[in-house]
Ligand binder design. Sequence first.
Ligand code: GUN
Length: 297
Amino acid sequence: MPATIIDGKKIAEDIKSETKFEADKLKAERGITPGLAFILVGENPASQSYVKMKGKGCDEMGFYSITEKLPAETSESKILQLINQFNHDPKIHGILVQLPLPKHIDEEIIISAIDYRKDVDGFHPINIGRMVIGSPCLKPCTPAGIQELLIRSGNDPAGKHVVIVGRSNIVGKPIANILLQKQKGANAIVTIAHTGAKDISYYSRQADILIAAMGKPECITGDMIKSGAVVIDVGINRVEDISTKSGYRIVGDVHFESTSKVASAITPVPGGVGPMTIAMVLRNTLLCAQDKIYTSK
Ligand code: GUN
């Protein structure tokens, strides 16, 4: 039987509706409009498109948002100055510096300069540390979105063997930590495989839930997974395709056609994890504006 398609677009819409409902309440009861500041450095087309989509999401939610577009040669101190300004701006509850940054800028310094209570990306060392020890924190958006996708599609990871392929700071490492926690919607047995493995398929075949996040187009194929596995495809890769108007098409890290014949459920690309990342940025902005996370503990 072909796999069920996990509809990330629909689940993201549900989360956005819940977020808008809470945001409207926050406005009515406390007069607070959630505000998000984007910092975009350089001309990376993918980054420009992501920031545009997140800004559009803010508009849909009735959030205030501002985008600072800076040239690629902007100095590190100029960006730090801007972050400091947003850190102290009461209209701004969230700050998002789109990555990657140009080579001359140290991403670690930039991320650490953001007030951790406004870190909607969940990349600040304080948020990462709290996530690892299972304390309330702002969680990184793509991993938090994957957890929501699993729960809301009826694939609770509790007791399941989750194999993650990829060890990035944005996806691989945080999703492993999130799903490992002894908490509701987690409690999984987690393996992280990566490019250092001689044979990725040795690990991927053991997965009840496979999360492909290595950034390699269509790398996971049907013969690399166990029958009935749940497959989450985090990849967004442009591959050349002369039959399309743009000259390229978007594919995931999973070869959809072969894998969907073996899996029990699978996320499509586009329309799987991508919309979830945006929904979680908006939800994190709301959480920052509600100021609940760091006052409860
Ligand atoms: N670049 C790729 N993914 C992300 C993300 O989730 N947040 C930011 N800020 N930059 C990214």
